[in-house]
Design a protein around this ligand. Structure first.
Ligand SMILES: CC(=O)[C@@H](O)[C@H](O)COP(=O)(O)O
Ligand SMILES: NCC(=O)COP(=O)(O)O
Length: 258
């Protein structure tokens, strides 16, 4: 199974101080040497972490393929076409969100997606759609002739964290998941089975399958054991661990687990 390391979170730290350190570009060599298979970055419309210049340099200098996440807004798509990443993952964006909250609404945006995907393919860029694990959405994605889909694992990760970590005793408790343990266990089982079913269905549709969001050292094997998933994109937990162990060890440890 392939590992894409999302290095946005290095830029999050830089932007907290509004200086030039730490620089996500400095992670490229370490990711390659530690066995990562891909660099993932998200050029958000609000440029809250990765900026255009980071993305430009990363696409130019990375020895690993670059998976650039962006919204379906035409201006941003035109910008990323010029950067020539190996892959663009189209994701939904919402100004107020702390992080990507759900998958793309493929049905409502079908025509817009057709145009954006054509433009990306004309620029010889592979396309992936960041979607919820749902068969109807996968079927629509297959009709859009994309090479990849990425299944949003955020909801699985939230349930797992409320069940198995101290998140429910912290100020970041997820209110809507403040439920009896039995109920959370059922929800977790359902969520894993949806991801399994969706990945199998996507594989049958000849789509390559990635998954990601909220995956960490505790929950990752529940997802990496699903045989229809080809690749995981993981950022927050790897960069968080690297504060204590260094990036190289954080990546090697994750690679070993998956
Ligand atoms: C789409 C997605 O899942 C990623 O981009 C990732 O979560 C890191 O980016 P943000 O922290 O900006 O959501
Ligand atoms: N698309 C998911 C991703 O790139 C990484 O998400 P996270 O591990 O930072 O939550």
């Amino acid at each position: 199974m392939l590992l894409g390391v999302n290095i946005d979170h290095i830029a999050v730290l830089r932007e907290a101080r509004k200086i030039n350190d730490p620089n996500p570009v400095d992670a490229l060599g370490i990711c390659k040497l530690s066995g990562a298979d891909q660099i993932t970055i998200h050029l958000r419309e609000d440029r809250r972490h990765i900026h255009d210049n980071d993305a430009k340099i990363i696409c130019k200098q990375s020895a690993l393929p670059v998976n650039l996440e962006c919204s379906i807004n035409n201006d941003i798509v035109d910008i990323v076409c010029k950067m020539k990443p190996s892959r663009v993952t189209l994701v939904p964006e919402n100004r107020e969100e702390v992080t990507t909250e759900g998958g793309l609404d493929v049905k409502s945006n079908f025509e817009k997606l057709q145009n954006v995907i054509t433009k990306l393919h004309e620029n010889e860029i592979e396309v992936s759609l960041f979607i919820d694990p749902n068969e109807e959405v996968i079927e629509l994605s297959a009709h859009l002739n994309v090479e990849w889909i990425e299944l949003h694992t955020g909801s699985f990760a939230n349930i797992y964290a409320m069940l198995n970590s101290n998140l429910n005793n912290s100020h970041h408790i997820i209110k809507e998941l403040e439920l009896p343990r039995d109920e959370l266990k059922k929800k977790l089982k359902k969520s894993i089975s949806e991801i399994k079913k969706a990945s199998k269905y996507a594989n049958k549709q000849k789509l390559k399958v990635a998954a990601g969001h909220g995956l960490n050292y505790q929950n990752v094997t529940l997802i990496s054991s699903i045989k229809y998933i080809d690749e995981l994109n993981i950022g927050q937990s790897i960069i968080a661990r690297s504060v204590f162990t260094g990036l190289e060890k954080a990546i090697i440890d994750m690679k070993e687990l998956i």
